[in-house]
Design a protein around this ligand. Structure first.
Ligand code: CO
Length: 473
């Protein structure tokens, strides 16, 4: 029994399968494409000393396409042909600065002054559409466009706004509720660092600044929240001294340290005029993922997958994951911010560990909602990675669970049924690794009952990925 470790092996082959074997029955209405992104290559083939990307976030991006139509599932996968990937593949070299891996002999210090040259274009985290263009995203400001049918790489998107690329960003842009425009931020490091919140109106990718929020202690943020009127930055006390980037020769994330005495700062910024509605401090916590947020009776309600601290960053180095060292777990926590009174309260929504959250985004992003879907863990010590899927009722705290022996599911993507009348009318799609069988399947759950409808076997393992999205034809 190898356990979940095989989910962190390098996977090298690219395939096209016209029709995967399907067990069960796919709903007749389910038609469209699920695109998934994640790292697939960690070990650099080289004639010299073996080299390995150090962190889960550093593996080279592979895009997976599941096309569902008329009860059939087609599958295709391709590495993104980024410069980082080509360097690995053609020269056996790590030539670019990744999240936690530096190229051999490089000097990192220049790179945050001028984000060019050696910062990676390895967009291995997420996928989004801007108009008809499809891009893979990471935390460097270099979205990589690819062709959604062939998965052929088009190249790094040029923000047509004359501002250059900027600093680190989030791979979780939001759609502005009611407006449909994309919102994201980028962080610039300098004497006074700043988060710049911007909108992208159309597929030319031209950015329009909404707000600039300056800070002496920039924190690492993987995602942010949005409501009908606000962008919400939760700045965790996992912070960097900007000078560290200038003078110390460390990989990106190793410039950040945990300073819990700072607490977590919740910054609420108006989408209308970019003004700061308020800044609110609560106890220190860390999160990768916001679940959803909304405004209600003068309060901001913000649900996140919260960790006690930022140890999860260290627990997700490749050697730790391959060694199956237990990793900290996050829980769905609801923060209520009294926007005028200034107080913040926090309460767990459930005692089940909860990560990789998704909601019925199209209908409930930034608005009141009831259901969240996520990956959970049966071992509360984190010793068996993420080995179940959950449907969380945020109103009652009750959960429905899917799990199977030796199986490790990825992010559950909710797809609404065309005639949906309830929030949870639809299916949940998840790529599940079956460790014992050494293969992966696309799992289709009925979202309401959280029971299996069908599963399509890919015939080989897919390494653990991060995020993706579903588009209707
Ligand atoms: Co993420």
């Amino acid at each position: 029994m190898t356990g979940y470790r095989i989910g962190f092996d390098s996977m090298d082959h690219e395939t096209d399968v016209a029709s995967l074997p399907v067990e069960g029955k796919l709903p007749r209405w389910l038609s469209g494409t699920l695109l998934r992104n994640g790292p697939a290559l960690y070990d650099v083939p080289t004639s010299g000393r073996p080299k390995t990307f150090r962190h889960w976030f550093d593996g080279q991006a592979m895009v997976h396409r599941f096309t569902i139509d008329a009860g059939k599932v087609a599958y295709r996968n391709r590495f993104l042909r980024t410069e980082a990937f080509r360097s690995v593949r053609e020269q056996g070299k790590i030539s670019f600065t990744e999240f936690a891996t530096d190229p051999c002999g490089s000097i990192f210090n220049r790179f945050f002054n001028r984000w060019k040259g050696n910062v990676t274009d390895n967009a291995c985290v997420n996928i989004t559409n801007v108009g008809d263009r499809v891009v893979a995203l990471s935390e460097t400001p270099m979205p990589v466009e690819f062709e959604p049918d062939t998965l052929a790489t088009v190249g790094v998107v040029d923000f047509g706004d004359g501002h250059g690329r900027g600093g680190p960003t989030s791979a979780h842009p939001h759609v502005e509720p009611g407006a449909g425009t994309m919102v994201n931020y980028s962080l610039s490091f300098s004497r006074e660092s700043a988060y710049r919140v911007y909108r992208v109106r159309d597929e030319r990718f031209a950015r329009e600044q909404i707000a600039r929020y300056g800070t002496q202690k920039p924190g690492y943020m993987h995602s942010f929240a949005i409501t009908e009127n606000y962008v919400v930055l939760a700045v965790y006390p996992f912070v960097a001294n900007p000078l560290s980037f200038l003078f110390k020769d460390k990989p990106f994330i190793e410039n950040f340290g945990w300073e819990p005495e700072l607490g977590t700062r919740i910054v609420v910024i108006s989408l209308a005029d970019g003004s700061v509605r308020g800044e609110y401090t609560t106890d220190a916590f860390f999160a990768f993922h916001h679940i959803n947020a909304f405004e209600q009776d003068g309060e901001l309600v913000m649900d996140v997958c919260a960790y006690d601290d930022a140890e999860i960053i260290h627990a997700t180095y490749v050697d730790k994951l391959r060694g199956m060292i237990p990793a900290p777990l996050s829980y769905a926590v609801r923060y209520r911010v009294d926007l005028d009174g200034g107080t913040v309260s926090a309460a767990r929504l459930s005692e089940e560990p909860f990560e990789l959250p998704r909601i019925n985004y199209g209908a409930h992003n930034g608005r009141p909602y009831q259901y969240a879907y996520g990956a959970g863990a049966t071992d509360r010590e984190g010793g068996n990675f993420l080995d179940q899927l959950l449907k969380l009722d945020t109103a009652t705290g009750k959960t429905k669970v899917w799990r199977a022996p030796g199986c490790y599911p990825g992010e559950p993507v909710f797809v609404p049924a065309p005639s949906a009348s309830r929030e949870d009318d639809g299916v949940v799609l998840s790529v599940v690794l079956n460790a014992a069988a050494a293969d992966s399947s696309l799992l289709v759950l009925d979202a309401r009952k959280f029971q299996v409808l069908a599963s399509a076997n890919i015939g080989h393992p897919i390494p653990f990925g991060f995020h993706g999205h579903f588009t209707h034809p």
